[in-house]
Design a binder for this molecule. Structure first.
Ligand code: 0RA
Length: 658
């Protein structure tokens, strides 16, 4: 018996009654349980939830346009041109279907048993959750020649559905204001975050036109915008789906073959779409999706892809006698070096597993994907022998490089195994041995490292100074990376090792010595460059640490405003202006601009940047792995123009120093 059936047996209530009893109050009491968190991520999740419903309508073939608008008051409007949510009264509930969809948890798919609901947010909670977490939600339905409307406050209807006009189109429009008593941290939507998701949805669902419009007034120059009223708008549409996605992700990389390899199975039960393209880089850049959800932890569809790729390429190479000159084995990872690929499957009843519930568990998917990939790849290789040779040569190169890097890699394997005395000489370790309580500061330069060593609380704070700019791993060959002393110091200090019996490149973080790894660099152009280099290293080589939430960035202040005994640290231009006003009261005050950590004495560094009671740490997260990969390769790769453009629109420090 399920929990609900037990309840029915015990109380005599039917399932519907219990759902109503649970109601939306449950969502307001424990919002994180339904939308993940109540920070910026949860806030944006509300939009995704509403958009997902329109995507479902589009996948059913009833809708082609979805418009998202951030309104001036920071509310969001989502409009589609689907059939419109039905508004007639449901006999059992005695309420309109619209009201049921918006007030009953998980009621979304109820009316359309036939409909093949494949999208649906990570938590698949439905629009009723959005309603519950909104101070106001207005639903407007165009259907049957009329415009229907209903408004809700905190999930409760203000009145029954009413007709407010006539219409010659169909569709659903919802406008909602996130409740600021729930989203205490912020209710401010970020344009780029929404744009990235809508762009991704356009690639994953070809033929649907998604637009994003921002109607807010800007008070300061945010995101490179001039202050004042202006609309920002983008339209996302993809005719060829994943083919364009891979091209977009590869943007600045040099391609190995003229065209990507592409497949699409139209099996109604398990549609599979894959696009892949080799480039001359060294990173594996494979992204997988299930029902439009980015499966960061992979799963059976990814295993199927890898299996299909490895066996097909291996068979082809052997059949054509291309591996004769190799003196050692090829590792599965060699087939994926310099590979950009996107795998998208739609599964009717997905089982999500893993820490973040982003790992597909359905076993039947592996063979289906493997088979589809094998077939398409085989055809491609047979039809394009020149490309096939380039790909196999690339795999052989990867295997050779891995072999050559083996000795260097052992440097980060053995040292930590021996441990004890194996810690880097530059590391000032902390005395506590419980990783959950310990933190390590990666500090730019020896002099700042000195201040940090004096200013820290040595019981739980360790300091590892890094000399100058660490290696740009985006451009370096693998053996160079492990030969770099600074990088080896990071591995040994953290207690992280590389390589297991089965997988020469697997990361082992089970002996991680600190659960907070904090990058601390100067608040200037050089400092942010160094921070980016360090983040690039973590993104490419220790991504699990980021996914576990262990990586942070320290934020030293930019100014000290001082008059007599009174002083105040400031982190932004606005704070500085306010402080000068407050402390000076019209008279002269001293304003010190901190260019580097070295200008602060140990006490100041502790007070402003290291004291857990006062400091502000920014946690490094990967909102969107595909976009992060694209940006890292653009910022740290070879081509200059796109990098300059990105830095000009995004860099804070560049502006402050100018
Ligand atoms: C079920 C049935 C019908 C429409 C929808 C759901 C629907 C839901 C949403 C959510 C956002 N946009 C939507 N558009 C449509 C209509 C069935 C019919 O007309 O026969």
């Amino acid at each position: 018996m399920t929990e609900q059936e037990k309840n029915v047996a015990a109380t005599g209530y039917s399932a519907e009654n219990i759902q109503v009893l649970e109601g939306l109050e449950a969502v307001r009491k424990r919002p994180s349980m339904y939308i993940g968190d109540i920070g910026a991520r949860g806030l944006h999740h509300l939009v995704y939830e509403v958009v997902d419903n329109s995507i479902d309508e589009a996948l059913g073939g009833y809708c082609t346009h979805i418009d998202v608008t951030i309104n001036e008051d920071n509310s969001v409007t989502v409009t589609d041109d689907g059939r419109g949510i039905p508004t007639d009264i449901m006999p059992k509930e005695g309420k309109s279907a619209l009201e049921v969809v918006l007030t009953v948890l998980h009621a979304g798919g109820k009316f359309d048993k036939e409909s093949y609901k494949v999208s649906g947010g990570l938590h698949g909670v439905g629009v009723s959750c959005v309603n519950a977490l909104s101070s106001l939600l207005v639903a407007e339905i165009h259907r049957e020649g009329k415009i229907f409307r209903q408004e809700y406050r905190y999930g409760k209807p203000e009145y029954d559905v009413k007709v407010v006009g006539e219409s010659n189109r169909t569709g659903t429009t919802s406008t909602f204001n996130p409740d600021d008593t729930i989203f205490k941290l912020t209710t401010k939507y970020d344009y780029d975050t929404l744009a990235t998701r809508l762009r991704e949805l356009a690639f994953l669902n070809k033929g649907i036109r998604l637009t994003l419009t921002d109607r807010r007034e800007y008070t300061e120059s945010e995101n490179g915008n001039e202050p004042g009223k202006h609309y920002r708008s983008d339209c996302f549409y993809s005719e060829t789906g994943l083919l364009e996605f891979v091209d977009y992700l590869d943007g600045t990389r040099e391609k190995l073959t003229e065209n990507p390899i592409y497949l699409e199975t139209k099996k109604p039960k398990l549609p599979i779409e894959v696009a892949m393209q080799y480039n001359n880089g060294f990173n594996e850049n494979v992204h997988s999706y299930v029902n439009n959800i980015n499966t960061i932890e992979g799963g059976t569809h990814l295993s199927g892809f890898r299996r299909g790729l490895t066996t097909t390429l291996k068979n082809y190479a052997e059949k054509n006698n291309m591996l004769a000159r190799l003196q050692f084995d090829i590792d599965p990872a060699d087939f994926r070096e310099g590979l950009t690929a996107v795998i998208s499957v739609k599964v009717a009843e997905p089982q999500f597993e893993g820490q973040t519930k982003t790992k597909l568990g359905n076993n039947e998917v592996t063979a289906a994907v493997s088979q589809a990939v094998s077939e398409a790849l085989n055809n491609y290789l047979e039809e394009n022998p020149k490309d096939a040779k380039r790909i196999i040569d690339k795999v052989i190169l990867a295997a050779t490089a891995r072999h050559a890097a083996r000795k260097a890699r052992e440097l980060v394997q053995r040292k930590t195994v021996m441990s004890g005395s194996g810690l880097p000489g530059k590391l000032a370790d902390c005395s506590d041995r419980d990783p959950a309580k310990c933190e390590i500061y990666l500090v730019e330069g020896d002099s700042a490292g000195g201040s940090a060593k004096q200013g820290r609380d040595r019981t739980f704070q360790a300091i590892l100074p890094l000399r100058g700019k660490i290696l740009n791993v985006e451009k370096a060959m693998e053996h160079k990376i492990f030969e770099s002393e600074e990088i080896r110091n990071i591995y040994t200090a953290l207690g992280v090792t590389v390589g297991t019996e089965e997988d020469s490149k697997a990361l082992n973080i089970s002996k991680l010595r600190y659960h907070k790894i904090i990058i601390m660099t100067d608040a200037d152009v050089d400092g942010s460059h160094i921070a980016t280099l360090i983040m690039t290293f973590f993104f490419r080589h220790m991504q699990d640490l980021i996914k576990n939430g262990y990586l942070y960035i320290a934020t030293p202040p930019l100014y000290l405003v001082k008059k007599g005994k009174e002083e105040q640290y400031c982190w932004t231009e606005e704070e500085r202006i306010a402080a000068v006003e407050r402390i000076g009261k019209g008279k002269e005050v001293a304003v010190q601009r901190y260019k580097g950590l070295g200008e602060m004495n140990p006490d100041q560094l502790w007070n402003t940047t290291m004291d857990p009671a006062f400091r502000v740490l920014r946690q490094v997260t990967i909102e969107n792995a595909a976009e992060a990969d694209r940006i890292f390769s653009m910022l740290m790769g070879d081509e200059v123009p796109p990098r300059r453009e990105f830095i000009e629109t995004h860099a804070k420090y560049a502006k402050i120093d100018a």
